[in-house]
Design a binder for this molecule. Structure first.
Ligand SMILES: [Cu+2]
Length: 119
């Protein structure tokens, strides 16, 4: 090691320790631990939405993923949102900015229904 490298190493080590301590000491509550479902997933499978009803806070984004091997849509009964036809593994997302109850269905199979409750 040159003298310069030794100096950098002697400086870098305490900095690294400080960074590690900061991480270790920071509150362990992360976004993943929050009960709020700011990003809620609904699975479309076997001709049904699951969970059929999701309750989310205002501002939450709900993402539907088609896990079925046939195409489906996600269409708000009240015309609030409307997906294109989603093939297998395709998704549709909508961000709910107002509290309320949002029933929806699949326009290809209208018996498929679900509900998003925003509060
Ligand atoms: Cu469908």
């Amino acid at each position: 090691m040159t003298r310069k490298n030794v100096w950098i190493a002697s400086l870098a080590t305490p900095v690294m320790i400080t960074v590690l301590l900061l991480f270790a000491g920071s509150p362990s509550v992360t976004a993943a631990d929050q009960p709020s479902a700011a990003n809620t997933q609904v699975k479309i499978d076997n001709f049904s939405f699951g969970p059929q009803t999701v309750t989310v806070p205002v501002g939450a984004t709900v993402t539907w993923t088609n896990r079925d091997d046939i195409p489906h849509t996600v269409v708000s009964t009240d015309g609030v949102f409307k997906s294109k036809v989603r093939d297998t593994d395709e998704t549709f997302s909508y961000t709910f900015t107002k509290a309320g109850t949002y029933p929806y269905f699949c326009s290809v199979h209208p018996k498929m229904t679900g509900k998003v409750v925003v509060q």
